[in-house]
Design a protein around this ligand. Structure first.
Ligand code: 13P
Ligand code: SF4
Length: 353
């Protein structure tokens, strides 16, 4: 065992040990019965034996949430036991950012990755924002620095900078406006400039460039989950199953999106499936989402490869319980960074009117 692993294991057993002291986390019929109403909606995607283990955590989290006046904002990529078991709001990055501005709760637990928790804190400086695992990063958020953005500005003087919300607070602070996959085109078209800088997702930028008259210049970052999909594999699915409806996230390469019947944010994808009810669908995105949506639309068959986001998968029921129990890890942002970052995020939210 290397030293890093042994440190991580020590931290993990300390957390498990302390939780066991305070909560009854043993699988039991009582915990199963107490969470039966929640389990009914998840029984197609979570076997009973697994729910036996999740139920005590779901019970403890939902009680503690009330005691702390906390709200859990969960991204669509969370595991079904988090998405359907303990969340108060589920959605894409834009929905979660807006929900963060609307909550009366004192505490926000972000069941998602670190940049999402930072966005919630930027919008709620007075609230406690918890991230159950601060090492839940994002390949996009890590792909650029503020100096990289300033270098792009110097290269294209006068061009506004649109940054994807999948960025650190420091990057947001040097941006003119943020965007998400749900509103990137609207944000770009709202700007009074022929040239627009987009960062850090090159694929999102190229997908937007294909839909706007503006000249888009961009940073070469990528999502490690979406960049792995290929147009060839989608063509193979269609060859085998010509009726399959393919829906791709705009973080996918442009040739992958070109093979799809529809492209949109994770929430746009969910809305499409709910409304259109295709017999067979392939969601070209992180595959936990297919599992979560499938509970709502049992008549739809979900096909496709399973690409998981290793960062999203770091968030577990146990870590959410630990977060609410210990009130760790709290997201803090230097006000000198948070203030300009808030302007960029708020300008995006205000576009919706
Ligand atoms: P949306 O849920 O905003 O579409 O983003 C997907 C994503 O990769 C978030 O990390
Ligand atoms: Fe980042 Fe991609 Fe994971 Fe989303 S799916 S958090 S963009 S690495």
């Amino acid at each position: 065992m290397n030293i890093q692993n042994s440190v991580a294991r020590d931290g993990f057993s300390k957390m498990a040990g302390e939780l066991q002291q305070h909560y009854d986390l043993q699988p039991s019929d009582a915990a199963f019965d107490a969470t039966r109403d929640i389990y009914v909606a998840l029984s197609d995607v979570i076997p009973e034996a697994d729910w036996m283990r999740h139920a005590p955590y779901v019970l403890a989290i939902n009680k503690l949430k009330q005691q702390r006046n906390a709200v859990i904002l969960a991204h669509n990529y969370m595991t079904p036991q988090i998405y359907g078991g303990v969340s108060d709001v589920v959605g894409d990055s834009l929905q979660l950012a807006i929900a963060a501005t609307q909550t009366d709760a004192d505490v926000i637990v972000q069941a998602g990755v670190h940049f999402m928790a930072e966005t919630a804190k930027i919008l709620n400086p007075e609230k406690t924002v918890l991230i159950p695992d601060s090492s839940a990063g994002c390949s996009l958020a890590e792909s650029a620095t503020p100096a990289d953005i300033e270098a792009l500005r110097a290269q294209y003087p006068g061009a506004p900078v649109v940054t994807y919300v999948n960025t650190t607070a420091e990057i947001k602070a040097v941006s003119d406006i943020c965007c998400t996959s749900a509103n990137a085109l609207e944000v770009v078209n709202s700007l009074d400039s022929d040239t627009v800088i987009m960062a850090p997702d090159a694929h999102l930028a190229r997908n937007i460039a294909a839909q706007t008259d503006k000249r888009i210049v961009y940073w070469e970052g990528a999502c490690i989950v979406h960049e792995r999909f290929t147009a060839e594999e989608l063509r193979d699915f269609r060859k085998y199953d010509p009726d399959v409806v393919i829906i791709a996230h705009p973080e996918c390469p442009v040739e992958v999106v070109a093979e799809a019947d529809f492209s949109g944010s994770t929430n746009d994808m969910v809305k499409y499936v709910r409304a259109e009810r295709p017999e067979k669908v392939l969601l070209v995105t992180e595959c936990s989402m297919s599992t979560n949506v499938s509970t709502e639309v049992p008549d739809v068959e979900f096909l496709g490869p399973c690409n998981l986001c290793p960062f999203m998968q770091k968030i577990t029921l146990e870590k959410i319980l630990w977060s609410l129990h210990s009130m760790e890890e709290q997201v803090e942002i230097d006000p000198a960074i948070a203030e300009p970052a808030r302007r960029a995020v708020q300008r995006m939210i205000d576009l919706k009117g």
